[in-house]
Design a binder for this molecule. Structure first.
Ligand SMILES: [Zn+2]
Length: 353
């Protein structure tokens, strides 16, 4: 849609597609299928958009478990005299089964332990130890993906005990290992992205009903995030029946006063479901505050938790979290962009009259 500028993802993807090398690197990209990250301009094969993830700096890439590309050497500036050293250290860490000690790294590179620690940290932003644990976490993820049990993945990745995994990996996986392995497992999701007056809308169905409606600026970014979230699910295109419902949803986005009845497949805690249910009862064209909702669900003190639950809503429009505003009349944030919230509320107000 013309008023929506190309999103960040498309701009960056276009930049890496051009393979144009820039002196000033402002972002890096990881390739999910290989676990390697590069800087724009790398001569390696262009990955498919759905396999690309962008990072603002090398630290984020490394901490997410991506290894630096051997070709474009993203960890080092061209001509940096330590470039070879960093690459060697990374390689030693990647290839060792047990995490190498600083002393071992020192023996293999002929730099002192202190220098290694200092130089590595200065250039990559993290310590060799942190790099090692990121690599380990990545191995662990790979094992889970291959379908290994949590226990065997723990040992294959080189963790000594399970308690350490839960400590370290939880941050990286953002959920518990067994939950990660099962993310979307066995669930069949049918999904497609459509242009709409708010940019693009991703609509997903399960056999129970609409499970996701997300708004975004491009098909690629919506799809790649969705696939990342349900990487163990079976993702398919929409059926004829689904498409009929899509028509209704798209029309509802433009004509918010339409009353529609579409089954939703809602997943959340009991508290979240209560909040979402309250949101669904806010009449079209009206707004409520977070504390109104808190009172309504009988938890007048849980204003912040209500706001959190609104932020966790995965079904835009049909669970109208855009109708919740701050007490002082401010709009407050919106998961899918304030610009869209303004547009939705204006549209409702105009139609109310
Ligand atoms: Zn590269």
């Amino acid at each position: 849609m013309s008023q929506y500028k190309k999103d960040d993802f498309s701009i960056k993807y276009a930049a890496i597609s051009s393979k144009e090398f820039k002196e000033d690197v402002t972002f890096y990209y990881g390739v999910k299928t290989t676990g390697i990250f590069c800087k724009p301009g790398c001569s390696s094969r262009l990955p498919k958009p759905q396999n690309v993830v962008f990072f603002n700096n090398t630290m984020n890439a490394v901490q997410s478990g991506f290894r630096p590309c051997k070709r474009c050497k993203p960890l080092t500036e061209p001509g940096n005299k330590y470039s070879g050293l960093i690459t060697t250290i990374c390689r030693i860490i990647e290839e060792s089964e047990e995490e190498p000690t600083l002393k071992q790294l020192s023996n293999k590179t002929e730099y002192s332990e202190t220098s290694i620690q200092k130089i590595f940290k200065k250039i990559t932003g993290i310590s060799p130890k942190e790099y090692a644990s990121a690599i380990k976490a990545q191995r662990f993820k790979d094992e889970l993906h291959k379908g290994s049990s949590v226990t065997s993945a723990i040992y294959s990745a080189g963790y000594g005990s399970s308690s350490r995994v839960y400590e370290n990996v939880k941050n990286i996986l953002a959920m518990s290992p067994s939950k990660y392995r099962d993310s979307g497992k066995g669930v069949e999701l049918r999904v497609e992205v459509f242009p709409c007056i708010l940019g693009f809308v991703l609509i997903a169905f399960t056999d129970m009903g609409v499970s996701t409606i997300e708004l975004g600026d491009s098909e690629e970014s919506l799809m790649s995030l969705f696939k990342l979230k349900f990487e163990n699910g079976k993702i398919k295109g929409l059926t004829f029946e689904d498409k009929k419902m899509v028509e209704i949803i798209l029309s509802k986005i433009e004509n918010p006063d339409e009353i529609i009845d579409i089954p939703l497949d809602i997943h959340g805690t009991i508290f979240q479901k209560k909040v979402w249910n309250a949101l669904r009862n806010i009449p079209f064209g009206e707004t409520r505050t977070y504390s109104d909702i808190a009172i309504q669900i009988g938890k007048p003190k849980s204003v912040r938790a209500v706001a959190n639950a609104c932020g966790k809503n995965e079904i835009a429009i049909l669970i109208p979290c855009h109708r919740v505003v701050r007490k002082n009349g401010e709009l407050a944030g919106y998961k899918w962009g304030k610009e869209r919230k303004v547009k939705l509320l204006d549209n409702e107000k105009n139609r109310k009259i």
